[in-house]
Design a protein around this ligand. Structure first.
Ligand code: PA5
Length: 439
């Protein structure tokens, strides 16, 4: 099992008996998920995706990725929410902090409405050789649609319409949406976002795999990780299963602590936390329910938000993502004159400092009244990343059914869109436009 779960440091706040008592309900929630009998069950394609995904498309993804690496210096990935966060999380997590080799540069666009970002990006790309992967399940989302219109225009100006069409890859619904129509009309290579998989559960479909493979990462290992996670999620007993224990513990803690902070000591995991926030926030935060998902990177944030966590309002529990083996490490040496007074670290691994900071922080925060959960991950590589992300999706599904909310819709996201369209005078929104402009 690539992930382990430890709740010893939550036992001042929940009783073992409460965890035992929640077994029946958690198993029922799990069964609702696995038997596909709960609300939102038409969006459960991700559950078995590691075992039944389309191998022909998978092969085309690998070929397209190789072509992108061959003919471009930059890949611009256009998408928002679930149509970019998974890819960004995996890529940021796997790539080196400082790239010594000349690798494909990946730039994400269409995930904000900053005119400054867009103009600066267009200028930056003027002298670069680039490809585009535009991703939108609905094919109608405003942010990526605007970005695509502008970037497509630049690419066509640079290489001509015919060549541009060979460098644009569209990932969208099999049949419907403006992007599908556009892609067919212009002859782009297309990949499918399965009907039964929502954005935040789609990182291991073409949505995430094409950008990830284009960066040179081993998607076979990523899929193997999620395959094994699926297997473990289906077969482990309640007492042994990190999938069920995490769901149960956060459910119990959530009754008294409305905020969960996901903490990592590895800055490159910051976007895994962003993806996790979307996963839990959009899945669980509805019907006036849900635990507010927040994230911090330690030890950076121990020197800012650490004060609040230690002594501020007692509203949160922490879930620490503990990566057991760092990808790189070094041993601290002794200096002849101990001017910086660090000779006491002589012979210690750098990572040991990290691990003691982690231990010390957990103990201090627990003393300060912050319950602590720990997810232990062997190391950061494709396999473990695939396992971790599936782990979170499965636990999230169980958590939501425990809370009795539909994990797979996001009705609240529509409200801002309606207002924005009305305020921009989009046809069809005339009534709302009048109403809002009078406010
Ligand atoms: O998880 C989700 O469903 C959302 O975050 C969507 O992915 C996001 O709104 C983008 O939608 P689309 O892919 O249709 O452009």
């Amino acid at each position: 099992m690539a992930i382990k779960f430890n709740y010893q440091h939550a036992l001042n706040f929940v009783k073992e008996q409460d965890i035992k008592n929640l077994k029946k309900e958690t198993l029922e929630a799990c069964n609702t998920l696995v038997s596909k009998s709960g609300e939102g069950n038409s969006f459960l394609g991700w559950l078995d995706y590691p075992v039944n995904h389309d191998l022909d498309e998978y092969d085309r993804i690998k070929k397209a990725a190789a072509k992108i690496r061959k003919d471009s210096d930059v890949l611009v990935v256009i998408g928002i929410g679930g149509s970019y966060l998974g890819a960004k999380a995996v890529i940021e997590g796997l790539k080196k902090y400082f790239n010594l080799e000349k690798e494909l540069e990946i730039i994400f666009a269409g995930n904000n409405l900053s005119s400054t970002y867009m103009v600066e990006l267009l200028k930056y790309l003027e002298n670069k050789s680039f490809s585009i992967n535009v991703i939108s399940k609905s094919g109608t989302t405003t942010e990526p649609a605007i970005a695509f219109r502008l970037l497509k225009e630049l690419l066509e100006k640079k290489v001509g319409k015919h060549e541009a069409a060979k460098r644009i890859y569209a990932t969208t619904d099999a049949k419907k949406g403006a992007l599908r129509v556009l892609a067919t009309e212009e002859g782009y290579e297309t990949f499918i976002v399965p009907d039964d998989i929502g954005g935040r559960y789609s990182w291991f479909t073409a949505v995430g795999l094409l950008p990830i493979a284009s960066c040179g990462f081993d998607i076979d290992q990523l899929m193997k990780g999620s395959f094994d996670a699926r297997n473990d999620s289906l077969h482990l007993a309640y007492e042994e299963s990190p999938f069920l224990q995490y769901a149960a513990l956060r459910h119990l803690l959530g009754k008294h602590y409305p905020v969960e902070i996901l903490v990592s000591y590895e800055p490159k995991m910051a976007y895994v936390a962003e993806w996790w926030k979307q996963l839990f926030g959009e899945s669980e935060g509805k019907d006036n329910k849900g635990i507010y998902p927040a994230s911090l990177i330690y030890s950076t944030d121990l020197h800012s938000m650490g004060q609040f966590v230690q002594e501020g309002s007692r509203i949160m529990f922490e879930t620490v993502l503990n990566i057991l083996n760092p990808n790189e490490d070094l041993v601290m040496k002794e200096e002849k004159v101990d001017l910086d007074q660090l000779n006491y670290l002589k012979g210690k691994h750098f990572d040991e400092v990290t691990k003691q900071a982690l231990k010390g922080t957990v103990l201090a925060h627990v003393d300060g009244g912050v319950p602590n959960l720990e997810i232990l991950m062997d190391k950061i590589d494709e396999y473990n990343m695939g396992y971790l992300l599936y782990f979170f999706m499965f636990s999230c599904g169980v958590s939501c059914y425990l809370t009795k909310v539909n994990p797979f819709n996001q009705p609240g996201v529509e409200s801002y869109k309606r207002n924005m369209f009305a305020l921009l005078d989009k046809p069809g929104y005339e009534e709302l436009s009048k109403e809002l402009k009078n406010k």
